[in-house]
Design a protein around this ligand. Structure first.
Ligand SMILES: [Zn+2]
Ligand SMILES: [Zn+2]
Length: 246
């Protein structure tokens, strides 16, 4: 079970100190609202808390699966065993990068949608950042794709590991219709299948999402889908008002 911290304010500090000292449960921490239960899907080691109207997600960005991008002496090193005959190992190696994502707990559509930046635009449920469909300013991923490891991630120049396409470790473990993570605007991302059907770009709007019911949102919500074609995760920018990452 990952760490769960709900929002709290100054006057509650004494109560927290008391409850921690007494080994009581964390009931008194639950002031200012609960983190939505869908965030229980995040892996161990990813810290989730609530700060006002934002869910705060803290991660070191290191994948919870093997990769040829760990140093060969690292126990997490796993030689490339994917099926891309064009695979090449880029010169970068995975390094920790402390990331703090602040995303709206109650996401809302934007009246003036903004483009996604390079760098993290969202976070997968294993704490690995999600990048957009570009290798650099308006440069397609064409060449970079061949450096994706067996779980479809790779590190950039400073060692920050990330996914531009379907994170295979997550969908292999939980199925292709599972929750993948969230973009900075707080809207969820789902895998490339829905109700047994493969989702294609034609099923989605320009932002790469649509409104519908999901396992985690039985009342329905706007959500992104991963597809096998460019732009893979997100299209024309953030559908909603984005939070921040630092
Ligand atoms: Zn990349
Ligand atoms: Zn859907």
């Amino acid at each position: 079970m990952r760490m769960r911290i709900t929002g709290w304010t100054g006057p509650v500090l004494l109560a927290i100190a008391f409850s921690v000292a007494c080994g009581a449960d964390t009931g008194p921490l639950e002031v200012g609202g609960e983190v939505p239960s869908v965030f229980d899907k995040f892996a161990d080691g990813v810290e989730i808390s609530l700060d006002g109207s934002n869910v705060v997600i803290r991660s070191d960005g290191v994948p919870n699966h093997g990769s040829p991008y760990f140093n060969a002496s690292d126990s997490r090193y796993e030689a490339y065993n994917g099926n891309n005959s064009q695979f090449y190992l880029n010169p970068n190696r995975i390094a920790e990068h402390q990331l703090t994502f602040r995303i709206p707990a109650n996401p809302v559509p934007s009246s003036n949608p903004s483009a996604t930046p390079l760098g993290p635009i969202g976070v997968a449920v294993n704490g690995v950042p999600i990048f957009n469909q570009y290798a650099g300013p308006n440069q397609p991923l064409t060449f970079e794709i061949d450096s994706f490891d067996q779980f479809n991630g790779h590190p950039q120049q400073t060692g920050q590991y990330h996914y531009h396409v379907e994170p295979l470790y997550i969908t292999l473990a939980a199925g292709r219709s599972t929750l993948i993570g969230f973009l900075l605007d707080g809207f969820p991302i789902y895998g490339p299948e829905e109700e047994g059907q493969t989702v294609t770009n034609d099923d989605l709007d320009a932002f790469h999402g649509h409104v519908g019911v999901t396992a985690d949102y039985p009342a329905g919500i706007y959500h992104y889908h991963i597809t096998f074609e460019d732009p893979y995760i997100n299209g024309n920018g953030f559908y909603g008002v984005p939070g921040s990452v630092s």
